[in-house]
Design a protein around this ligand. Structure first.
Ligand SMILES: Nc1nc2c(ncn2[C@@H]2O[C@H](COP(=O)(O)OP(=O)(O)OP(=O)(O)O)[C@@H](O)[C@H]2O)c(=O)[nH]1
Ligand SMILES: [Mg+2]
Length: 888
């Protein structure tokens, strides 16, 4: 068909008879005027082919496929369906706030290009890219401020861009549902001819209007994302279909609308008191049915976030409730979807520094400052609780740590004004105190803590950094210990032990993480017991049958009836629970269901634990290879631990796995309390309790490939390298998927850290941990199992327990210490200090850390009295502390 837009006359373009109608689409060639063409462009799906656009502004020829519904006689083949478009739902993009800085703005948008602008777009991302026109992006660099008057200066010709003032003038803006909208169209603002510069901009297809890049999700659309609609993608929500009477519980189907209930924030299902925990499990994303976990919430229910019913308050403890509500408000999937985000609503933006982040969270990025978006940043925008303010926002713990690393004095609740280049000054003082992100180590700390750094800030050279450190050395008041070791070497145990020793309380977050980890592990241990029980039951039944057959072999003609219960048999209730537990633990969903399940099933756990069959199995726990040693510690108190109101003790925390959920980097500041041992020391070594120390524990995984992030620890005073003595016969799969002896893997990590340029001439203390376990293991497996220890030939035998001589295990640990010392000397020409530790015993950890403190003191002393030519060996000989040499 051909439509003549001016006359309205239409007629067949090509007539191929009746068959033509059988096809689901026919191509129409439309000749339209510009307005119609524009309108059609909005309707046109992204994939619709544009056959031709002639250069004439007035007549644009576009070919559109148009589908028609078939109403003819029945045909033998399937006819594609046509879905009518609801034109009122086609999104019309709105203008929103703009970029403020434009540099070398040679926007070569010709009249034709500007007239083609159907969607008005400004896009700002981390690279300060300005995207404009109908989804196309040009890449000018930004540099000059657009003030509230909307004046824009172009450095090249110093001319104001025509119309831009109008566009930017706040009085021309109004608030709409989709954000701030300017009354002056973008293309008018830029419909000027560039000064003869014909260079065509580099066009990239873009879909969003204003975008701030989120490092986690790579892009977050601030105002509106239209491509979703264009590409026809549909957001799926789970829906519960139940035949429930209004207000009744969706699970047990009982109750009515007057019943107290809790609602799933995704599907809206109601649950009664008895069913809510069963239906929602551990609520890792807040109040959602287990089947709704991972789904976005309905926007209509956003107001419910963090506001739970009284029912839930009665069901959970205060701490648990806080965790669930926190998760509900902060978890990724419950955040506002990008297309609905408004700056300073669900995101915060600090105009002065350009920092921005999600509401209640640490900053995500530093972008162009002074953008005309949102109001003033609120004090609680990032939910910080540090009493330290940056531009009126209370910063988070991570930022505080970063500031400390950057050398910013944070004592006494300071308030800093930070500008976009990182310079900071204290409130009420005029002098600029320094720059936050100037140092390499600050940037590296930011990398580890996922904090942003200003884009494009060049790295200072190593020399500069070292020089600065030297300058700061005199003022340095804190000594830093870096604790690192191969997987499972015991670093987190030692770190936690230090917290307990020096009275640094575990944070609420740490306690919660550890509590859930303990409760989850407990169920795992129970599952191992249950599997063991099944095995023991089978074995003893087999035995029973055998002996029965032998007993009765003399008798003939009797039917043998064997009682098939043994001491390992369990009743129906315990069996049902046991089957459920084993099934859940094997399912992928177990993480989502626990730990709430632990609390809910506490009475069952108690019943099961007291069952004779389980106790009989527990008595044979040494035969259960899968059951770790630490399991006994927790299983002995299974009933107490599984209760909702369980609060882990310091010992529980010590025995549990991990400290924080990420297990990456943890840091504590402490002072050594005065010990009785101190009094017997030379006054020089007596402890000055005002001295502050920092213990930083880092997992090797966080150090990146080839330990590239070690740079950030360059002002460490001593590295505590932790080795598990029991690793010599254990194996793990390395990064390349190869099975490696753990002691050799530990050696390899040691080599890379020791030879890292950052740690050149650093003090190293080798912590040989898990000595208690070595004592047991060495009697079973010879040290020579590890190829590095092939030449270990002690004079005593493993079973010699003569107290006058060092034990076999002590000799073995001494030997391991010597191997590391040799290696260290070959790599650095320096001396390695060694300490023997049992991570679970506080005195050995205390000794090791005090030893580290003394090593630092010797080092400082040695430097101060370099002229006296005191050798480090002389100093070491005078050590009164627990070096390995003294132990043996
Ligand atoms: N018996 C005994 N167990 C220890 C000792 N030190 C650590 N453990 C246990 O060894 C296991 C691993 O210790 P962690 O402190 O978690 O080791 P890690 O270095 O933090 O290991 P990652 O989990 O890889 O971070 C835990 O179960 C500890 O309880 C020790 O000296 N003696
Ligand atoms: Mg650990």
């Amino acid at each position: 068909m051909r439509i003549d837009p001016t006359s309205g006359v239409w007629g067949p373009l090509s007539c191929e008879g009746e068959e033509a109608c059988d096809r689901n689409a026919q191509k129409f060639l439309l000749e339209l005027d510009r307005t119609e063409a524009k309108m059609l462009r909005k309707l046109r799906p992204a994939a619709a082919p544009v056959i031709a656009e002639n250069d004439d502004e007035e007549n644009i020829i576009i070919e559109y496929p148009i589908a028609m519904e078939y109403h003819g006689p029945l045909v033998t083949y399937a006819i594609p369906q046509v879905f009518p478009v609801n034109t009122s739902q086609i999104p019309i993009p709105a203008l929103v706030s703009s970029a403020s800085l434009l540099n070398n703005l040679s926007l070569p948008i010709s009249n034709r290009q500007s007239s083609q602008i159907a969607r008005q777009v400004i896009r700002i991302d981390s690279s300060d890219t300005l995207a404009c026109d109908n989804g196309y992006e040009s890449k000018p660099k930004l540099s000059h401020v657009i003030g509230s008057s909307g004046t824009l200066e172009v450095p090249d010709n110093d001319k104001e861009v025509e119309g831009f003032q109008d566009y930017m003038n706040p009085t021309n803006w109004e608030s709409t549902e989709s954000g701030l909208t300017s009354q002056v169209p973008w293309y008018e603002a830029f419909s000027y001819s560039s000064d003869g510069n014909d260079e065509t901009p580099h066009h990239v297809k873009r879909s969003s209007i204003v975008t701030l890049c989120d490092p986690e999700s790579s892009e977050v659309v601030i105002v509106e994302e239209i491509d979703d609609f264009e590409e026809g993608s549909v957001i799926m929500w789970p829906k519960i279909e139940r035949n429930v009477k209004k207000g009744g519980c969706y699970r047990c189907l009982k109750g009515n609308r007057f019943m107290e209930k809790e609602v799933c924030i995704v599907c809206g299902a109601n649950y009664c008191y008895d069913c809510v925990l069963r239906a929602m499990g551990s609520m890792p994303e807040g109040r959602k049915c287990v089947t709704c976990i991972g789904f976005r919430i309905r926007e209509a229910r956003r107001g419910m976030l963090g506001k739970c019913s009284r029912l839930l308050k009665r069901l959970l403890t205060d701490l648990e409730l806080k965790r669930v509500m926190n998760a509900e408000m902060l978890c990724e999937v419950n955040q506002v979807p990008p297309e609905l985000v408004f700056v300073n609503g669900y995101y915060w933006y600090d105009k002065l520094s350009g920092l921005w982040g999600k509401e209640g969270q640490k900053p995500s990025q530093i972008i162009t400052c002074q953008l005309a978006v949102g109001g003033h940043v609120k004090r609680n925008a990032s939910n910080g609780n540090t009493n330290v303010l940056i531009n009126n926002r209370e910063i988070t713990k991570e930022e505080l740590w970063m500031l400390k690393v950057a050398g910013v004095p944070c004592e006494g609740k300071p308030h800093f004004w930070v500008s976009e280049d990182g310079t900071y000054q204290e409130e009420g003082q005029r002098t600029v105190k320094g720059k936050i992100w100037d140092r390499t180590r600050t940037k590296l700390v930011c990398a580890v803590l996922s904090l942003p750094v200003p884009p494009g800030s060049g790295n200072p050279s190593r020399k500069e950094v070292n020089g600065e450190i030297q300058d700061n050395l005199a003022q340095k008041s804190i000594h830093r210990f870096l604790l690192v070791g191969y997987d499972k070497s015991g670093t987190s145990t030692i770190y936690k032990q230090a917290k307990i020793l020096y009275g640094i309380p575990f944070s609420e977050d740490e306690c919660q993480t550890i509590k859930f980890s303990i409760q989850r592990k407990l169920l795992g241990y129970l599952a191992i017991l249950l599997e063991g029980r099944e095995q023991f039951e089978e074995e003893s039944l087999l035995e029973k049958r055998k002996s029965c057959v032998i007993d009765r072999s003399g008798l003939s003609g009797d039917t043998i009836q064997i009682d098939d219960t043994t001491i390992y048999s369990i009743g129906a209730r315990v069996r049902a629970f046991s089957d459920w537990l084993l099934q859940v633990l094997q399912s992928d969903n177990s993480e989502a269901i626990f730990p709430a399940a632990t609390c809910e099933y506490a009475p069952f756990i108690e019943e099961m634990w007291k069952d004779a069959a389980i106790q009989a199995t527990y008595n044979r726990r040494n035969e259960l290879q899968m059951l770790p040693r630490v399991a006994t510690y927790f299983l002995d108190r299974a009933v107490e631990i599984s209760r909702t109101d369980y609060e882990p003790s310091d010992m529980d925390i010590l025995y549990a796995d991990g400290i924080t959920s990420s297990n990456s980097l943890t840091c504590m500041e402490f002072s050594f309390p005065k010990s009785t041992q101190d009094d017997s020391l030379d006054p020089f070594y007596q402890h000055d309790s005002s001295l502050r120390y920092q213990l930083i524990r880092v997992h090797p995984r966080s150090l990146g490939e080839h330990c590239k992030w070690l740079d950030m620890f360059e002002d460490t005073d001593i590295v505590l390298f932790c080795v598990a003595l029991t690793d010599y016969d254990e194996y793990s799969v390395d990064r390349n998927g190869v099975l490696t002896n753990k002691m050799l893997a530990s050696k390899e990590l040691f080599e890379s850290i020791v030879t890292h340029p950052t740690f050149e001439n650093k003090n190293f203390l080798l912590i040989l941990n898990k000595f208690d376990l070595l004592v047991e293991k060495i009697e079973q497996v010879p040290l020579t199992h590890c190829e590095w220890f092939r030449d270990f030939k002690p004079v005593v035998s493993p079973n010699c327990h003569n107290s006058t001589y060092p034990s076999y295990a002590q000799r073995a640990s001494h030997y391991i210490g010597m191997k590391f010392k040799e290696l260290f000397r070959s790599l650095t020409d320096n001396k390695l200090f060694v300490s023997l530790v049992i991570g679970l015993e506080n005195d050995t950890v205390d000794e090791a850390l005090r030893y580290a403190r003394e090593i630092i003191m010797w080092d400082e002393e040695e430097k101060a009295y370099l002229n006296c030519e005191l050798s480090s060996t002389d100093w070491e000989a005078s050590s009164s502390c627990s070096s390995l040499e003294n132990d043996l």
